[in-house]
Design a protein around this ligand. Structure first.
Ligand code: OGA
Ligand code: MN
Length: 287
């Protein structure tokens, strides 16, 4: 590629293209700095026209931190278990209905793990002819737009997270939560997070994994979780990413929530590679 690297907004919300970078070549230190600076300000960054295998995708992830295996066993990449498939096609070539319904409500990934991911990377390999996008909500802007009394309530709250135990998780998965290697216990994260680089406040409650708040009865907590999800996913905070084959998209797992739009014909193939990246030991930030 000969274009000099530059950013180009995808509309007036979260999505931003990072152009002029070929991820199949080693990324030099100066370009790494540029990517990380850009990502701190633009939490959904899209690199177009890439063609990476699982090993190269994980290697790109290692530039930010440590990719870790995802909970769901079935979708792990055979040779690179820190990379997973997001696919709606089963081993027999038929529609994989779990893959179709998976992640079609708002969440950030793996907040039920004992450590929080920094970011995730999705690489589109096959996409439906129409729609089949991924949506992202800006949880910094959602926080800023909360009424002051909500902000002060949330500042004192610790949220409880579990695997698909929140209201949207129960609705979406019921008893069909998929096979995992281990049992997940409840973990707790403050309801308001701060961005590790910019210090901006972030509403960190998602309706798939957040299933309560410490010292709050469930019949108060669930409506609050639902209300926060409805607030944060208003059109004014949401970017719809229409995939092109070759897109490598990175998103900040703290500053955004996301979902599969779930609006395509399931008989069309939708196949992507994903890795989820955690902070390197002893390092909480992105830079
Ligand atoms: C997921 C996910 C998004 C998509 O599987 O966790 O968020 O568009 N997928 O498939
Ligand atoms: Mn997800």
């Amino acid at each position: 590629m000969t274009t000099t690297r530059h950013l180009r907004p995808l509309g007036d919300k979260l999505g931003t293209e990072a152009l002029g970078i070929d991820l199949s070549q080693p990324v030099d230190p100066e370009t790494w700095d540029w990517i990380k600076q850009a990502f701190a300000a633009h939490p959904v960054l899209v690199f177009r026209d890439q063609d990476l295998g699982a090993a190269a995708l994980a290697a790109f992830g290692r530039g930010f931190g440590t990719p870790r295996k995802h909970a769901l066993l079935k979708y792990r990449h055979a040779e690179h278990p820190d990379v997973s498939w997001l696919t709606n096609v089963g081993a027999d070539g038929q529609v994989d209905w779990y893959g179709v319904k998976r992640a079609t409500d708002w969440h950030s990934d793996s907040t039920y793990e004992d450590e929080l991911p920094l970011l995730a990377i999705l690489h589109a390999k096959e996409i439906p002819a129409v729609k089949g996008g991924t949506m992202f909500a800006d949880m910094r802007a959602a926080y800023d737009a909360l009424p002051e009394d909500r902000k002060s309530l949330l500042a004192g709250l610790t949220a409880l997270h579990g695997r698909h135990l929140g209201p949207a998780g129960e609705r979406l998965y019921g008893n069909d939560k998929g096979e995992t290697e281990k049992q997940y216990l409840e973990v707790r994260w403050p309801a308001i997070a701060r961005h590790p680089v910019t210090g901006r406040e972030i509403l960190f409650v998602n309706p798939i994994h957040t299933h309560g708040f410490a010292d709050m009865p469930r019949d108060e907590a669930w409506p609050l979780i639902e209300a926060l999800a409805a607030h944060s996913t208003q059109d004014r905070f949401v970017y719809y990413h229409q995939w092109r084959v070759g897109d490598v998209l990175i998103w900040d797992e703290r500053a955004t929530m996301h979902r599969s739009a779930g609006d395509y014909d399931p008989k069309e193939r939708r196949v992507m590679l994903r890795t989820i990246v955690y902070p390197r030991a002893g390092h909480s930030g992105l830079l």
